[in-house]
Design a binder for this molecule. Structure first.
Ligand SMILES: Oc1ccc2c(c1)N[C@H](O)CC2
Length: 119
């Protein structure tokens, strides 16, 4: 019947919400050699100014937790959180710094990979 909603089953292997793609992309981000500044939440108690400057902290372990808890509706909502990691990094770090450069390298890696996977 037209308009009838397709029942979601775990056999639904056409990666409907892009969740298999999210898992693949996150695994690659976590394994990247430049991921070290982004693997766990910034310790805002130890970093002066961080809590005040960065309104929405985000990191790869938090994204992993949210993915595990099925908190991402689709690939788009996942990409919003990954981009938040890189936006926070650019806000808090000079471009010409170790962490600043790592952030730029990670962002260009991610942009390349998700556009490749979406083609
Ligand atoms: O010198 C420092 C010391 C701590 C941090 C940074 C730089 N940047 C990170 O984005 C946040 C944590």
């Amino acid at each position: 019947v037209s308009g009838a909603k397709k029942a979601k089953t775990d056999k639904d292997d056409n990666n409907t919400n892009g969740l298999a793609t999210c898992r693949m992309l996150l695994a690659e981000l976590e394994a990247h050699q430049d991921a070290w500044p982004f693997l766990t939440p910034v310790n805002h108690k130890a970093v002066p100014g961080y809590r005040k400057v960065i309104k929405k902290p985000m990191d790869f372990s938090t994204i992993r937790e949210k993915l595990t808890n099925n908190q991402y509706l689709n690939l788009e909502t996942f990409i919003v959180d990954v981009n938040l990691v890189f936006e926070n990094c650019e806000r808090f770090n000079e471009d010409d710094s170790e962490i600043g450069r790592a952030g730029h390298r990670m962002r260009s890696f991610f942009d390349k990979r998700w556009t490749e996977l979406l083609k």
